[in-house]
Write a protein that binds this ligand. Structure first.
Ligand SMILES: [Zn+2]
Length: 234
């Protein structure tokens, strides 16, 4: 046992979660999200702003032939829906294949300030939208990535979510963060959707789960004031 140094303030930490900023999700990429490249500069400024105690990134990281790829399902095409392990699953074009240039972290972001990178989607049989938990496994559970424990051990109580894509990996990451007990703020203007028509539903789902939505591209005002908790997720 040891005492904390005298006079050192103990305060809850706030983490910035940078979701899937990878070339395959940028315009021209295998699973392009419109205007995804517009986020690079402002997210980079936020990462280096000093406003956050901790910065963590996620990286979509699939083996060839991953179950989420339409090409892995005979006769199916990208963006069709199917059932996987008893739950709806969108089928995607092949994307973020491990070791390919499209799966790298975007070259124009300041990754040196990131404390940890959570790779997700590496299990060939399970998709993974959220940085906290995989989608459903064949056993019916959603296996954790360990991110919640990592953040807790670093004293984090509040997380802010930005990156790609708004309606999938950012939404699921924010929802799981709320479910795990963190205060969550969703940096709306630092995300872009696969399908803009779903924006209203994304807002409704975030609100239902107690996630605060923040507008603007700069450092969010009032760090540490997001609402806590919400309904079970998903
Ligand atoms: Zn993926």
């Amino acid at each position: 046992m040891h005492a904390e140094p005298a006079g050192r303030p103990q305060r809850p930490a706030t983490a910035l979660l940078v979701v899937d900023m990878q070339p395959d999700f940028m315009p021209g990429g295998a699973l392009a999200v419109a205007e995804g490249d517009r986020l690079v500069a402002p997210i980079g400024r936020l990462m280096t702003s000093g406003a956050y105690d901790l910065c963590v990134a996620t990286q979509d990281w699939h083996p060839p032939g991953h179950v989420s790829f339409a090409s892995s399902h005979a006769g199916r095409r990208p963006l069709e829906s199917t059932q996987l392990h008893g739950h709806p699953q969108t089928l995607w074009p092949d994307h973020c294949v491990q070791g390919t240039p499209g799966a790298e972290l975007h070259g124009d972001l300041p990754w040196s300030v990131v404390a940890a990178i959570i790779r997700k989607g590496a299990d060939p049989a399970i998709d993974s939208y959220s940085g906290f938990r995989n989608n459903w496994s064949p056993d019916g559970d959603r296996p954790p990535t360990g991110l919640a424990g990592y953040l807790r051990e670093r004293g984090v109580e509040e997380v802010h979510v930005c990156g790609l894509a708004r309606d999938f990996c950012c939404l699921w990451t924010a929802g799981d963060a709320a479910e795990a007990g963190f205060r969550v703020r969703f940096l709306w203007d630092l995300t872009r959707p696969v399908d803009p028509a779903g924006d209203a539903q994304v807002r409704e789902r975030l609100a239902r789960h107690g996630v605060g939505i923040v507008a603007g591209e700069g450092v969010p005002p009032g760090l540490g004031t997001a609402r806590r908790g919400g309904a079970p997720w998903p």
